[in-house]
Write a new protein. Structure first.
Length: 809
């Protein structure tokens, strides 16, 4: 065994093997993989090996596409048979809503180049004669679905990596990890120590335990999962004989099951409602290529549906039942990337679909380690999308919810209940008393909208307009015509202090820093010129900055800032030590002025001012800005003052017709003002020139990514963020939710990033990226909404108050 290596990958399942392979592919060959038993000894060996490209997040779907496309190459290069079967797959819909969902999935796949086809139930029956047509209304057929041999694939990755110089030590258990002061690692194993610059935790079923070796609690939980294999079936033999090929795979949403041919019989797996976590606190090190006791009673409800939907199954014997554990993160997507706050420590775990995702996970992690950037938008898989709040208990609740809903539709306006409420701010009870309908982001509850008094605070889930529509319309009117009050604690808030913080931030930010007492908007870029983050920078003093950004990216952005930290700068994540309320609308100044001695006249307190003032008796930092585009103030206080502040403003606002508004109204109002948002319009795959962030871009100073920006500005960006006015279907109006394809001249040319119905202007609006040469004001496009191509006109300016008078009065 080597005593030192550039990288030690811990875990020889399909994911660890893929990481090792990709590291060597990208040029790091002094790499080793350490496996406590044999390759595949965790959840990999007993997997059903199914793979598909469809995923709720298009960026993950792209990586799944990459994974599925990789198998032939590694098979050929390693000489290891992967048993690749590509019969295609049917996603079977039992009702109209599922059909809508499939249409949306097909549409989303279009701009990723996915070849998927909507077919009738009769066509599905012809392709898959085992099914009973009456239970289905149609299907989506995806040619890129298939299955592989899990052990073959793992060995093929390992074989290719070995050819390139990687070493693999089996029957070698990593028992401890110790970091040296220079950030390198001593990897302690039962066969000796390896000194490594980087470690990768690909421990699969034991990823949690490997994390604990360095005091890290990863949000991972294993669940028991069952599939069964039938005896050979005449129906299968007949199909194979007459068609000359294997049956396609099937995904049956109503039965919560998947089905495919295995040899001469069928393989049937299910995500049962009565799901069971496995080893919820600690995975035993003694568990080794074992299966769990089958429990057919637990999956009986799904089996009953299976026997109805595929009657031939009812009469065939079961050859084998597999029950094995595999791991999930709270939202079902993998945990990948650098561990926040720990140098040279990487994870690639919680990969619940190793044969769809393993390749993409390995590729992006290897790029991230070698190039400092994953090279793709992998926000949906970034380990930093969870914070410390994702405890063992939270993870347990969320994973069980997610597992049991694996084949359910999650509607764009749906808020899932498990693990909530977790974080609440002091005004939670006040807003609940006002009939708030709550949503959650990064563990924190935030008000979505306010139901009318006496009615149940609940939103009907739908792809179309919900029961929230009229209430949100009223909230928008309140803001635009009188004054609205909302909670704005769900921003990430950071504070940078210390001599040198101004110089440090200036080097990170594309905009010039604001003067003390002022706020401005800025972006931060990576060296290649892609957007790392988008922030409001409030300067409280020469070397005292408050930064407001996307809350869901709090751990992600802090990791980035800390990774660039300069000597003498203090960086604090303020979290809920700073909470806020926001007043917006023409009456906002009158309300606030009535409770403060500070003059709020524009000449004393202009647009984008940031001051420390008293509001009533409450010490506050107040920024004159709002995301609604109105005259407005964001008032930031320590949490112990928030309730008093709420009561004060609410009372003071009564003469001015104050009303509450929530996040849905905010999204509607910001659309009218053409304000983009992080994670939708601004993401790491876009550049500031593409995203039209020109106002946040000043080329009068040096900043990370500047050379790339200049080069792009000189040649012009290839694509541009467009702002569209959509004509929805009159009979059944639906607005965009994001990721819809944009058509032009009969071809898909772009995609929607986000949108909303702009209640005050009565227009359905969307943002989306299109080729720059097509981004001509007034140009007509079509946006595909639930299977219908709706006209979309490209606008050049906000539909409301394009000159921005409202904010500046
Ligand atoms: C019944 C069942 C059916 C499935 N069907 C499918 C399917 O059809 N399609 C699909 O894509 N996925 C399927 N899966 C999921 C799939 O098995 C996982 O996605 C995949 O195996 C995860 O691989 P991994 O490498 O992350 O983890 P693992 O396979 O668990 O590998 C982790 C490895 O790390 C090693 N290790 C851990 N700690 C240490 C240590 N301290 N020192 C040394 N070595 C260590 C372990 O021994 C283990 O070999 C299924 C799972 C089950 C249970």
């Amino acid at each position: 065994m080597k005593s030192s290596a550039h990288v030690v990958v811990i875990g020889g399942g399909v994911v660890g093997a893929s990481v090792l392979y990709h590291l060597t592919e990208l040029g790091w060959t002094d790499v080793v993989l350490v496996e406590r038993k044999e390759l595949t000894a965790g959840s990999t060996w007993h997997a059903a090996g199914g793979m598909h490209t469809l995923n709720g997040d298009p960026n993950v779907a792209k990586l799944q596409q990459y994974t599925v496309g990789l198998y032939r190459e590694i098979e050929q290069r390693s000489g290891q048979n992967c048993s690749i079967h590509m019969p295609g797959g049917l996603m079977l819909a039992g009702d109209r809503e599922r059909m809508d969902w499939l249409r949306m999935a097909q549409a989303r796949g279009r701009y990723l180049g996915m070849d998927m086809e909507i077919i009738s139930a009769a066509e599905a029956k012809r392709m898959f004669p085992l099914l009973e047509e009456q239970y289905f209304v149609g299907a989506l057929f995806d040619r890129a679905e298939g299955h592989v041999d899990p052990a073959g694939v793992t060995r093929a990755y390992a074989g290719c990596a070995r050819q390139a110089g990687a070493e693999i030590y089996q029957h070698t258990w990593v028992s401890d990890l110790r970091q040296r002061s220079d950030g390198t690692w001593d990897v302690i194993t039962d066969s000796g120590e390896i000194h490594a610059e980087h470690i990768v935790n690909a421990g699969g079923l034991w990823a949690r335990e490997v994390g604990r070796m360095i005091g890290l609690e990863l949000p991972v939980l294993a669940m028991e999962h069952m599939y069964l294999i039938t005896q050979d079936m005449d129906e299968v033999a007949e199909y194979n004989a007459t068609t000359g090929h294997e049956l396609p795979m099937g995904l049956d949403f109503d039965g919560e099951l998947y089905i495919r041919q295995e040899g001469g019989g069928m393989l049937l797996g299910t995500y049962e409602q009565a799901c069971v976590p496995w080893s919820p606190r600690e995975t035993p090190w003694t568990f080794d290529q074992q299966l769990l006791a089958p429990d057919l009673d637990r999956i009986a409800p799904s089996l009953e549906i299976a026997f109805k939907h595929y009657p031939a199954l009812a009469d065939v014997g079961i050859k084998k039942v597999i029950n094995g554990p595999f791991t999930f993160a709270p939202d079902g997507n993998p945990l990948v990337g650098p561990v926040p706050g720990v140098r040279n420590c990487w994870v690639a775990c919680a990969v619940m679909a190793g044969f769809s995702q393993g390749g993409g996970v390995g590729l992006t992690l290897a790029r991230w380690m070698i190039d400092g950037d994953p090279g793709e938008d992998i926000w949906a898989m970034d380990v930093a999308r969870f914070g410390n709040w994702a405890s063992l208990g939270y993870t347990n609740a969320k994973v069980r919810e997610n597992y049991s809903r694996r084949f359910r539709i999650t509607f764009p306006n749906e808020e899932l209940p498990a693990g909530r409420p977790l974080h609440t701010t002091p005004v939670y009870d006040r807003l609940t008393a006002h009939n708030a309908v709550w949503g959650a982001g990064f563990g924190l509850e935030h008000p979505l909208w306010f139901q009318r008094p006496g009615e149940e605070p609940r939103e009907d889930v739908t792809f179309r307009r919900s029961n929230a529509f009229p209430a949100v319309a009223e909230e928008c009117t309140t803001v635009r015509e009188r004054v609205g009050l909302t909670e704005c604690s769900n921003f990430a808030k950071y504070r940078m202090t210390g001599a040198g913080s101004a110089a440090w931030l200036q080097r990170l930010f594309t905009n010039r820093l604001p003067r003390p007492g002022r706020i401005n908007l800025t972006a931060a870029l990576e060296p290649g010129g892609h957007i790392v983050g988008e922030f409001s920078v409030a300067r409280a003093g020469p070397d005292d900055f408050f930064l407001f950004g996307s809350q869901i990216a709090e751990a992600h952005h802090s990791r980035w800032f800390l990774g660039h930290l300069a000597d003498g700068v203090r960086f604090d994540v303020l979290g809920l030590s700073l909470v806020g309320l926001s007043l917006a609308g023409p009456g906002a100044r009158d309300v606030l002025q009535s409770v403060t001695d500070a003059s709020l006249a524009t000449e004393d307190y202009p647009f984008m001012a940031f001051r420390r003032i008293d509001v009533g008796m409450i010490p506050a930092h107040v920024g004159r800005m709002t995301y609604t585009g109105d005259l407005g103030y964001e008032i930031w206080v320590a949490p112990e003052y928030q309730r008093a502040l709420f009561d004060l403003l609410w009372l003071a606002g009564q003469p001015y017709g104050i009303g509450l508004f929530g996040f849905r109204a905010l999204m509607s109002l910001r659309m009218e003002k053409m304000f983009g948002t992080w994670a939708r319009e601004y993401r790491p795959i876009y550049t500031p020139a593409e995203a039209r962030m020109h106002r946040s871009l000043k080329l009068d100073h040096d900043f990370i990514g500047r050379a790339a920006v200049e080069a792009e500005l000189a040649r012009g960006p290839a694509r541009t963020l467009g702002y569209f006015d959509i004509t929805p279907d009159a009979a059944e109006p639906a607005d965009v939710v994001g990721d819809e394809p944009i058509w032009h001249g009969g071809a898909v040319v772009g995609w929607v990033t986000s949108g909303a119905y702009a209640h005050y202007s009565r227009r359905s609006l969307a943002f989306g990226y299109v080729p720059s040469e097509l981004a001509v004001p007034g140009a007509m496009f079509e946006v595909e909404i639930i299977g219908q191509r709706r006209p979309a006109r490209l606008l050049s300016e906000p539909v409301l108050d394009p000159a921005g008078h409202r904010m500046r009065v």
